[in-house]
Design a protein around this ligand. Structure first.
Ligand code: SAM
Length: 301
């Protein structure tokens, strides 16, 4: 579906998302039409900047209410990035679509987990080998909305976050900016340990291998392609899944990750999923719905 030139909705055809099974050459196979909505004139310059980054345009006439829960006429965008005083949110348009997705490190489930969730006793912390007394450098090759990276950063890890889907990287960047601008010093300190690089991990890992530049731990949590039943995907995350697609090239990341990791590679998988790249891990940690496959390169200090 294409938006005709001069369409009043100021939309461009933004092709990002899943790469074909082509080893990550970066072909765009999920055509996504996106508009950037911003009603607040003080936020408009920022919205324009975001639109520029995403090769889209700003619509400053319709509220979030106007944008969803309506039948979509033909040739309308399916997604909007809405910028308001609460930050940037991804909204799927159309009737009965779920509410907006935003990166919120100050509130919501992530903040709750930081305050009340089991600290270094959490399974992800055990999988990575977190010890509060010695911070690890961790390369998160599949940052997504930054939840796992935030947990690890809140436990002292120095995180580098790689995200290749521009819409997702933009949401994450906005969440980090808001947290850094909040009055919460602990939160600021955590987010200062999260360095976002909006890039494909494959090229990034290749460059590190060539330079012999290691990180303590490499973390991988690619989308799992065979999540067919929508019941397996939380309804509120459907828009995220439509934008990102299935990370069908994820197998390629593991061999490079194993070269870059000084101590270990940690792969998060759905509990019943096959091993990434068919590679048997050194050991596993299993939870109710997901598991961590750990590939050990060396003993943690
Ligand atoms: C399942 S999500 C990760 C969720 C994340 N662990 C969290 O806690 O929010 C997978 C993400 O990895 C990204 N991704 C997959 N392959 C990538 C690659 N080769 N380079 C960079 N990002 C990648 C996808 O765009 C998607 O946003």
């Amino acid at each position: 579906m294409r938006v005709p030139k001069g369409h009043p909705f100021y939309v461009q055809d933004v092709r990002y998302a899943a790469r074909a099974k082509d080893g990550g050459r970066g072909e765009f196979i999920n055509p996504i039409m996106l508009l950037i909505s911003c009603l607040d004139k003080h936020l408009r310059p920022k919205a324009v900047l975001i639109a520029k980054q995403l090769n889209s345009s700003v619509d400053s006439t319709r509220s979030l209410k106007d944008l969803y829960n309506r039948s979509l006429p033909k040739e309308q965008p399916q997604f909007a990035l809405v910028l308001d005083e609460q930050g940037l949110a991804l909204q799927q348009l159309g009737k009965k679509t779920p509410g907006p997705i935003r990166v919120d490190f100050e509130g919501g489930s992530v903040a709750h987990r930081r305050k009340f969730g089991g600290g270094s006793g959490q399974m992800i912390a055990k999988a990575v080998g977190v010890k509060l007394s010695r911070p690890l450098s961790v390369l998160d090759c599949t940052a997504g909305l930054g939840k796992d990276a935030f947990v690890l950063a809140s436990l002292g890890c120095d995180m580098t976050l790689l995200e290749r889907t521009p819409i997702v990287a933009t949401l994450l960047q906005n969440g980090l900016e808001r947290a850094l601008g909040s009055g919460d010093y602990d939160l600021q300190a955590i987010c200062q340990r999260m360095n976002l690089v909006p890039q494909d991990s494959l090229a990034y890992l290749q460059a590190r291998v060539a330079e012999g530049n290691k990180m303590d731990v490499v973390y991988l949590d690619p989308m799992f392609p065979e999540r067919t039943k929508s019941a397996q995907i939380k309804k509120d995350m459907l828009a995220f899944h439509s934008i990102v697609g299935a990370d069908e090239d994820a197998d390629n990341l593991l061999p490079l990750a194993r070269e870059v990791a000084r101590y270990r590679v940690v792969v998060k998988r759905p509990r019943k999923a096959p091993f990434l790249n068919d590679s048997q891990p050194s050991y596993q940690l299993e939870g109710k719905t997901s598991r961590y496959d750990i590939y050990v390169n060396g003993k943690l200090p």
